[in-house]
Design a protein around this ligand. Sequence first.
Ligand code: DX5
Ligand code: ZN
Length: 221
Amino acid sequence: MISASILSADFSHLKEEVTNVITAGADRIHLDVMDGHFVPNLTFGPPVVRSLSKVSRPMDAHLMVTNPEAYLADFAGLGCDVITVHVEAAHHLHKVLTEIRDMGCRAGVSLNPATPAVTLEPVLPFVDEILVMTVNPGFGGQKMIPEVLEKISKIHRMIDASGRGIVLEVDGGVKVDTIAAAARAGATRFVVGSGIFKSSDYGATIAALRKNAALADTIAV
Ligand code: DX5
Ligand code: ZN
């Protein structure tokens, strides 16, 4: 499954970019919401997502913000299917995840590269998706940090042992030539930003991403 991060899209043609990437085969639109506080960059918030919700489905909101609880109702109300908060930003993680589910959304939790897998253990029953950052969040177009792949394998084993159908997603530096390594580590959903939006043919790129992810699965077996 491919989630297209619009962070690297042409913002002056956002509607067309979203429509094109969905037509090209992306499974959902990944919204990188940044506050200039939790991460050193500013992007967009509910007003932009409100406009996008008219053309884009499904959507997942990756909240890279301090105090994510203040914005849950906004993103849920705008039809986001998944709302993902950071372990490092949510002081009351269990409460936040429970609130997301109560609002009718899937609850996602994300880890920065330096945050250990063990922080997820207490919240596994309350999580639908785990988003592992393979770059330090804040910017698109960075290189994947390969050392994080080991953590993905570890989380994959934790999910297996829990018996819960939690989706394991990877975010940061996923490209046609790096997706196989992430798939081999156990990720089944891939956030791709610059890898798609900086390519000349979105459809061909998404097809190549899928092919390489599937090949990696075969190798892993
Ligand atoms: C980083 C964001 C990512 C990023 C992905 O802070 O969470 O979603 O934009 O972009 P690429 O694929 O270019 O690394
Ligand atoms: Zn993201």
